[in-house]
Design a protein around this ligand. Structure first.
Ligand SMILES: O=C(O)CCC(=O)N[C@@H](CCC(=O)O)C(=O)O
Ligand SMILES: [Zn+2]
Length: 347
């Protein structure tokens, strides 16, 4: 496998050829500058061979936590191939995770269960490790743990979990900032996202079982779920929409200057989650159609959804909706309702 990868430089293909795992982990060096370690299918680490110090960043770039969200897979594939081909040389520790290879092959969001609801131990709660997504969530947690814990003392940690949204959005690219438990938001990170062309950020209002919350809360990483446009099949993504994302990730990994300005709220749209509407009954349905875009605002009193004979209405003066999805199991989130962010703290 090592020979195949060194020759082909195609880690995505190796992953898709072995969706359920590799026979054994392996590692090799690129020139005198980079150590490459393949820990599992879809799990590849690049580390500079120079001595690590507090300036060395530990960066996780994950894609395909949802198998049909292909633009991030293509973007990470390009970065991995450039690193393997030595067209890019990393200055920092970078762990790429291709989250759910069987779901990529299936062309679906997940095979049995939504992987992005299974982190922070959720994989082992209730019925336990009963399917491959639960197993994978547990393994991914272990890889992130191993990666961050092996980083240099004092080195900063990052996790950008790359997704695409199911429906179109008024703000094409946006990020979800996991609940910070009272800590201030990072102005530098918000400006980094803006430089990536991601000019809309949602502040989550509560802990979740997503991958980005796991890294943010458990490892004090600067971690985000990032939505890069709308779900498209492989080959149909307009990758020119993500040139700035690729440029900024390349700069980050290779240690080039990021050239970020001071935090400036006029350059970004900041929302806070007002509430998450969960599903309580099988008959949950939205009143608006499937082509209503993310961030559409509805006025106070508007009936957003119905379930179990009750109406769910807009509570604030206006609420903007994001990720509406009635087709989730009872107990899970059907939609996030947003209001403009206010009284937030940024450092
Ligand atoms: O478009 C949608 O409905 C879902 C897109 C998506 O996968 N979003 C993530 C957001 C995770 C978070 O809240 O941080 C998800 O639902 O898992
Ligand atoms: Zn997703």
């Amino acid at each position: 496998m090592q020979d195949t990868l060194m020759l082909s430089k195609d880690f995505l293909q190796l992953t898709l050829d072995n969706p359920h795992g590799l026979n054994a982990p392996f590692e090799f060096c690129l020139g005198q500058h980079t150590q490459v370690s393949v820990w599992d299918t879809g799990v590849i680490l690049f580390e500079p061979l120079t001595e690590l110090n507090a300036e060395t960043k530990s960066i996780v770039l994950s894609s395909a936590v949802h198998g049909n969200e292909t633009a991030p897979i293509e973007l990470c594939d390009q970065l991995i191939t450039a690193l393997l081909s030595e067209k890019l040389i990393t200055r920092h520790r970078v762990l790429f995770l291709i989250g759910n290879p069987p779901a990529i092959l299936n062309g679906t969001r997940f095979v049995e269960e939504n992987l992005n609801r299974l982190f922070s131990g959720a994989h082992s709660r209730g019925e336990g490790l009963v399917n491959q997504e639960r197993e994978r969530a547990k393994q991914l947690e272990q890889y992130v743990d191993r990666f961050f814990n092996a980083g240099p003392e004092g080195g900063s940690r990052y996790h950008y979990d790359l997704h695409t949204a199911i429906r179109a959005s008024k703000h094409e690219k946006f990020a979800i900032y996991p609940y910070p438990h009272g800590k201030p938001y990072s102005g530098e990170q918000i400006m980094f996202l803006a430089a990536c062309g991601i000019k809309t950020v949602l502040f989550h209002h509560e802990p979740t079982t997503t991958f980005s919350y796991f890294s943010a809360h458990g490892y004090q990483a600067h971690a985000f779920t990032i939505e890069l446009g709308k779900v498209m099949p492989f080959g149909q993504n307009d990758m020119t929409r993500f040139i700035e994302v690729k440029e900024m990730l390349t700069r980050l990994v290779t240690g080039k200057a990021l050239e970020l300005g001071e935090f400036d709220e006029s350059q970004v749209n900041l929302y806070q989650v007002n509430r998450s509407i969960n599903k309580h009954f099988d008959d949950f349905s939205f009143t608006f159609s499937g082509d209503v875009e993310n961030f559409t605002a509805f006025p106070k009193g508007y009936i957003l959804a119905k379930e179990g004979g009750t109406e769910i209405k807009v509570e604030a003066d206006a609420e903007s909706i994001v990720f509406p999805n009635a087709n989730v199991p009872v107990g899970q989130r059907t939609v996030l309702c947003l209001v403009p962010a206010k009284d937030y703290r940024v450092v």
